[in-house]
Unconditional design. Structure first.
Length: 513
């Protein structure tokens, strides 16, 4: 049996874990989520979710993954099956493969936009399109949402180039592929983000007649609290979902990355370090670029419209229009979109790794065969959000795989690790090789607060919005076919993964002890 891969260095695993967490959501999803859900008030459930869900569950996933790696289990079916000796455990672990893949199916297409817009910035393809309407038209023309085919040749080529870049990096494995990317990509990303924040903070209102359109007021747009929003379960679910999304909690990718650590490698300080780095990028840098810049150039009313229209319009419509009105806009446009591409790349390789690890560890496939199989599937499945973009297929997959699914799987993980495996055993496992002790209060948070709060949020969402979302109330009938296709794809992935789990289980029983 081939020796299992390991991370080459501690700084490498910290940067790789941070790269896993730092993605498009930090720069596009977070500021829009905050602006849409009460501004500064959103940060109350956000930081509550960070303390009772995000960081504690991240420690759990680090510990679960490291323990699984000692038994050659790098994916959730194997890890949960090891923690809970029940046939259902490994099937529950199917979510730890399907959720990251479900997100990656549409994430790759959005990631490809960042690569193409990097080229457009250099070539200045959108020169003269300084209004939101013009840039919106440019984006939809590029996507091909108005055509019968649903995608343009250029968009498809950049999608394939993005897939190729991911495949090439992952062909190097853990140390020579993913870790090497993190060592180069993360410092570059941080440098570009700091440069962009510095430039945004020096922006002056282009129209002297509207001095209120300032960076300070733009930051206020993100952070000023609307406390009435705290009564909505939707806001609390959005905050929890953003924490899960940004820390990659509930995906299974932390478990997978941690499985390549050594048994006595510290995960307390290492896990906290990667989480803090991610939060710095998201809360400090991510919220200080796009929304404040939009406020300076489009004012309050324009920024409200941008925030309501979603993160894609913020990143790919508003920002290019802004760069054209700035000195050196082509350079800063390149910085912005290449920053997003690096962020997307370090996350997308992490989202693919659980499925690859599953095929290697549980089915005994070679790395090459596992890698090729996963990426062929991703290219084929990617046509659902690509061709169904205008009908909302991408949004449908984002909600079920990127919000509800994460909260559900996080609840499953906390119950299995804390209540079935045992709270004290789990606590001791987290502290193996630890350089520092976690405050004891987190023991009780993990045991009681985390699972109860997760369950309460899911029940409240089901009571307030569940029936309407499931039935697609208010959705244009013309869009429903693609949305159902997105749901069918996710359910089909779960069914196929369960079949593969059963096949792997039968294979191991036939092989004997």
């Amino acid at each position: 049996m081939a020796k299992r891969e390991r991370w080459a260095s501690r700084i490498g695993v910290i940067l790789a874990m941070a790269g896993n967490a730092i993605g498009l959501g930090n720069f596009l999803r977070f500021p829009v989520q905050a602006a849409q859900n009460g501004g500064g008030a959103f940060m109350i459930p956000y930081f509550v979710a960070l303390l009772i869900f995000g960081i504690p569950l991240a420690w759990c996933e680090w510990a679960m993954g490291r323990l699984g790696g000692t038994n050659r289990h790098g994916s959730s079916p194997g890890v949960l099956g090891m923690l809970w000796k029940h046939p259902a455990a490994k099937y529950l672990g199917a979510l730890g493969i399907c959720l990251p893949l479900g997100v990656l199916i549409y994430y790759l297409y959005v990631e490809s936009w960042t690569l193409s817009y990097s080229f457009f910035s250099v070539l200045w393809d959108f020169m003269g399109k300084t209004t939101m309407a013009d840039m919106k038209s440019f984006l939809t023309d590029y996507q091909g949402v108005e055509t019968k085919a649903g995608v343009t040749v250029m968009a498809y080529v950049f999608f394939l180039l993005t897939v190729g870049a991911n495949y090439w990096i992952m062909s190097g494995g853990i140390a020579k592929g993913i870790e090497r990317l993190a060592r180069i990509g993360m410092p570059a990303l941080l440098l570009l983000a700091v440069v962009l924040v510095a430039r945004v903070f020096t922006l002056a209102p282009p129209d002297p007649a509207h001095p209120e359109n300032s960076v300070v007021n733009g930051l206020g747009f993100v952070w000023n609290p609307d406390l009435a929003s705290l009564r909505s379960a939707k806001v609390w679910l959005a905050a929890a979902g953003q924490v899960f999304f940004t820390l990659s909690v509930g995906f299974g990718s932390i478990q997978c990355y941690a499985s390549y650590m050594r048994r006595r490698d510290d995960i307390v300080v290492t896990g906290l370090s990667s989480s803090v780095l991610n939060e710095f990028v998201e809360v400090i840098l991510g919220a200080s670029i796009a929304i404040p810049a939009a406020y300076v150039f489009f004012g309050h009313a324009g920024t409200v419209e941008i925030a309501k229209s979603g993160s894609f319009n913020l990143g790919f419509v508003a920002m290019p229009a802004i760069f054209q009105q700035m000195p050196g806009g082509a350079v800063f446009g390149l910085f912005w979109f290449f920053l997003l591409f690096i962020a997307g790349l370090t996350s997308s390789v992490a989202l693919a790794q659980p499925a690859i690890a599953f095929l290697q560890d549980e089915l005994g496939w070679s790395h090459k065969r596992s890698l090729r199989s996963v990426w062929i599937f991703l290219v084929l499945a990617g046509h659902v959000p690509i061709l169904g973009l205008a009908a909302g297929a991408l949004d449908e997959m984002d909600f079920w795989a990127g919000t509800i699914g994460l909260a559900l799987f996080a609840l499953i993980e906390s119950i299995v690790f804390i209540w079935i495996f045992g709270a004290q055993r789990a606590w001791d496992e987290i502290h193996i090789g630890a350089e520092e002790r976690i405050p004891r209060v987190f023991f009780y948070i993990l045991k009681y607060v985390t699972p109860v709060a997760l369950l309460a949020i899911l029940i409240a969402w089901g009571w307030q919005q569940g029936a309407d979302v499931i039935s697609m109330k208010g959705v244009d009938p013309a869009q429903r076919a693609w949305r159902w296709a997105a749901r069918a794809l996710l359910l089909g992935m779960i069914a196929t993964t369960c079949w593969l789990i059963r096949r792997a289980w039968s294979r191991k029983q036939e092989a004997g002890p």
